[in-house]
Structure formats: structure tokens, C-alpha cells
Write a protein that binds this ligand. Structure first.
Ligand code: MN
Ligand code: MN
Length: 462
């Protein structure tokens, strides 16, 4: 054998997914739908609501009264189930993604007036770089529970006719001492991420304090029937305003807010909708609170998954018991469907090039997560990686492996470890993003396609 051929035979050569075979029309149509999904769903509640809408249209029932059903958990989780003929005690297929993204949450007493400007106090949610959130158009999304118990949805800043919100930053002429010499992390303290919401005082001759705040309260009351105390029973999230967009003259990329992890939520949803019914039961679960450690009764650490498996048994056998549920979880196969950080051409030094995920190189299997000595990681078994590799190759899915950053650089965790504790086989698998966790993140259309295909192949063929 010639050395050239031997090299080709023996050496691993990563290949751009654009150079593999794909159908352009299918990629474009999936990505068009994805851009709309991303633009319309900027909170976990909105994502769950719109997924439920799609499921209803596709004939999924609410609760386990049919072969294809869905369950929700406090409007922030949704589980999509398609029953198979096999005994669930032998395991099911699970794809789990999260629908929460880094953002700024309003505090419970947010509204105040300072220097004749009405402002809202925020507390950031998840890992953000605070300087990225100032001086850009922002929107407010969420829900307010009023005094009488009724609930009001709020969305301000997405319609073209809507006003947007704004966080001010210091002018460069005056920032030398206050900001420029500081570490970037300290340049915008969390307590300065205050959102400008109004500046026009309420018209009155009365000698009142805080007339700008009063004017804003009046607008809120007229529009949403709320009073100031109602902020205390509200969940209002400040997110970047405006839709996701195509990027590049070749339109090969997508910039949008919340792609971590709604890129996986969307592709997993589409995968289970398009997948054929198989002998194994298929489940896609979208969860909340991943960005703050998966805690709480809507995070992956909660027992919602057990409730879902319970429903699977009740739907199939009319009853469920803990032993059956434990057996099912122990023998299941799962994908923690989450994004990785792509090798950034401007910041190659924080990555280790041989092992970093590459943009446009297909869905990325992350065998282990964690940081500095794999601490806190879920580490998939080689046998599981081997089997997935075979199945993906057999169905021409572009895939790669990826590690988040150099060994001593940092790292991160996902929900994989919370599912792994049940004993199931699990691995992280999703597209690699540029500018992950920024107000606008960048994805490659071909990676959206590869992720969709990977989840579909896993549900159908694994
Ligand atoms: Mn994520
Ligand atoms: Mn994240």
C-alpha cells in the first residue's frame, strides 16, 4: 500500500459537514423553521407553550391516553412520548435538552426612580459576561400573577412597533478610572445592570416624589392591570430584543439569542416528530434551570423524569411500581442534548485544537464534561460511544468529538450527570456554537441539520 493510502486508512481526518452529502433544500427548510422558533421563544415558558401547540396539532394527547402523548411540569418542562411495543423495563430512549438560557431576571422589587429616570433592578441568571448586556435593545418577557390570582403574560420589545428597554453604560470620556483599568469582570457590576424603562414624569401640579415611576406604574396598570406589589409574584426576564438572523454572505450561519440550548430543544422536537415508531419507547424531555445548576422542581435534578416513566407504564400496563420505573431508568439509553463551544479563530489559545469541536463539522459528542481533572463530570462509557459511532456512521450523520477548553482552562457541566445517576447510558451530544452564552450566539446551519439527524437516528435506529 502506498504511504498516501496508508495514511488515509489509518489516520483520523476531521471533515467539514458541508463536504459530506446533504440536501440543501432540507437544510434550508429546517433552519428557516429553527430561526422562527428561536425568534418566537425566548423563555422556558414560551418554548414549552409553543412545543405543546405543535404537539397538539400533530395529534399528541395531553397525558398518557394514546400511543403518542406529552406531559408538562409547571409550564416549564415538557416530555414528549411515543410508546413502543417493547417492555419499558428493558429501557427506553431519552433525548433531554434544556429550554432556559442566560438572561437578566427582574428582582421582586425592581421598579425605582433615580435622577428622573425610571429603572428596573435585575439579577442575572446563568453565566453571562455582564459587559455584553449594556447599550443594546432589550425585551421583557414573562408572567405576572395579580392580586386576584389571575395571570398576565407580558412581552414588550419584540413587535416592530414596540418600544425596547435599555441598559446604559459609561461614556469613554469618563470611564478611565471607573472602568478602563478594572478587570473586565468588574467593569460592569451586577448591581449596575439596571434597565431603563421610562423618563417622562406624571403630569400633576402636586408636589410628589418619583413622578416618572408613577407614570410607568400607570402605564403598567392600564395595560396589565398590575400594581407595584404584583412584581413580587412575577417572573419577568430581560432578554435581547429582536429576531434571530442569517449570518454571512453565504447565509451559512445563524445568530440568535438562546441557542444554548433551544437549538437542541428544537432539533430534538423535530427529530421525535419525524421519527418512525419503533419497538423501543421514545422520549424527548425539555427541562428548565440547567443554566443555574439544574436545581429546583423544574430542573433536571427534579423527579419529573420518574413521573414520565410512571406514565409510560400506566399507559402500557395500567399501573406502575417503583421497581419497574427503576429498571426502566437503569436500562435506558440517553442523549444529553446540549451545545459545546466551537474552536474560536480569535481565541484558539483557550482551546486545545486537536480536541476542540469545530464549527460546521457536525454534531459534537462530548464524552466527558467537568473541569480541571474531569471534576464533576459525567463520562460516557467507551462501549456506548462505540455503538453510537457505528449507528451515526451507518446513517451518514456528520459527527465529531469535542472537549470544552484546555485541561486547565475551565469547563462546564450539563444535565448528563443527573441522568447518569439512575444508571442509564448517557452522553452529551449537540452542535458547537461560537459566542456561547452571549446575547447573540452563532451556529452553523449544517450543524443544526446534523444534530436533527443524529437525534432522529438515535431514536429510530440505535
Ligand atoms: Mn446548555
Ligand atoms: Mn449554557
Amino acid at each position: 500500500m502506498k504511504a498516501k493510502d496508508l495514511k488515509k486508512k489509518l489516520e483520523y481526518q476531521p471533515k467539514s459537514a458541508w463536504e459530506a452529502s446533504y440536501e440543501s433544500k432540507a437544510v434550508e427548510s429546517l433552519c428557516k423553521e429553527y430561526i422562527a422558533f428561536l425568534s418566537q421563544n425566548k423563555t422556558e415558558r414560551e418554548a414549552v407553550e409553543s412545543v405543546v401547540e405543535v404537539l397538539e396539532k400533530k395529534g399528541f394527547t395531553h397525558g398518557g391516553s394514546s400511543q403518542a402523548f406529552y406531559l408538562t411540569n409547571r409550564k416549564k418542562n415538557v416530555a414528549i412520548v411515543r410508546l413502543g411495543s417493547n417492555d419499558p423495563r428493558n429501557g427506553v430512549k431519552i433525548v433531554m435538552a434544556h429550554v432556559d438560557s442566560p438572561r437578566l431576571d427582574l428582582k421582586q422589587n425592581p421598579l425605582y426612580e433615580d435622577t428622573n429616570i425610571a429603572m428596573l433592578k435585575t439579577h442575572y441568571y446563568g453565566g453571562i459576561k455582564k459587559y455584553q448586556w449594556v447599550t443594546r435593545p432589550l425585551a421583557l418577557h414573562g408572567v405576572v400573577i395579580l392580586d386576584d390570582g389571575s395571570s398576565v403574560n407580558i412581552t414588550i420589545g419584540e413587535d416592530n412597533k414596540d418600544p425596547v428597554l435599555f441598559i446604559s453604560d459609561l461614556l469613554p470620556h469618563l470611564s478611565h478610572k471607573a472602568q478602563d483599568d478594572k478587570k473586565i469582570h468588574d467593569a460592569i457590576p451586577g448591581e449596575k445592570l439596571n434597565v431603563v424603562i421610562g423618563s417622562q414624569p406624571f403630569k400633576t401640579d402636586d408636589d410628589l416624589k418619583d413622578k416618572v415611576k408613577l407614570a410607568i406604574l400607570q402605564i403598567l396598570n392600564k395595560k396589565y392591570k398590575m400594581t407595584e406589589v404584583d412584581f413580587q409574584s412575577a417572573e419577568l426576564e430581560v432578554v435581547p430584543a429582536g429576531p434571530a438572523r442569517e449570518v454571512g454572505l453565504d447565509r451559512s450561519m445563524i445568530a440568535g439569542y438562546g441557542q444554548d440550548d433551544r437549538i437542541c430543544a428544537f432539533t430534538a422536537l423535530r427529530a421525535i416528530l419525524d421519527a418512525e415508531t419503533t419497538a423501543d419507547t421514545q422520549i424527548v424531555i425539555l427541562v428548565d434551570k440547567e443554566e443555574i445548576g439544574s436545581a429546583g422542581n423544574t430542573g433536571a435534578k427534579s423527579h419529573f423524569l420518574k413521573q414520565v416513566i410512571k406514565e409510560v407504564f400506566i399507559a402500557k400496563e395500567g399501573k406502575a411500581d417503583m421497581v419497574a420505573i427503576e429498571d426502566c431508568l437503569y436500562r435506558s439509553h440517553a442523549i444529553s442534548s446540549d451545545v459545546n463551544g466551537a474552536l474560536d479563530p480569535d481565541w484558539k489559545d483557550v482551546h486545545e485544537e486537536k480536541n476542540a469541536a469545530k464549527f460546521g463539522f457536525g454534531v459534537c459528542m462530548t464524552k466527558f464534561t467537568g473541569a480541571r481533572g474531569k471534576s464533576g463530570a459525567s463520562d460516557a462509557n467507551a462501549e456506548y460511544v462505540g455503538k453510537l459511532r457505528q449507528v451515526l456512521n451507518a446513517h451518514q450523520v456528520s459527527w465529531q468529538t469535542g472537549e470544552l477548553g484546555k485541561v486547565d482552562e475551565g469547563g462546564g457541566g450539563t444535565i448528563a450527570m443527573y441522568l447518569a445517576q439512575y444508571g442509564m447510558e448517557i452522553i452529551d451530544m449537540g452542535p458547537a456554537l461560537l459566542s456561547m452564552h452571549a446575547p447573540m450566539e452563532l451556529s452553523s446551519k449544517i450543524d443544526v441539520w446534523a444534530s436533527y439527524q443524529a437525534y432522529k437516528v438515535f431514536l429510530e435506529k440505535f
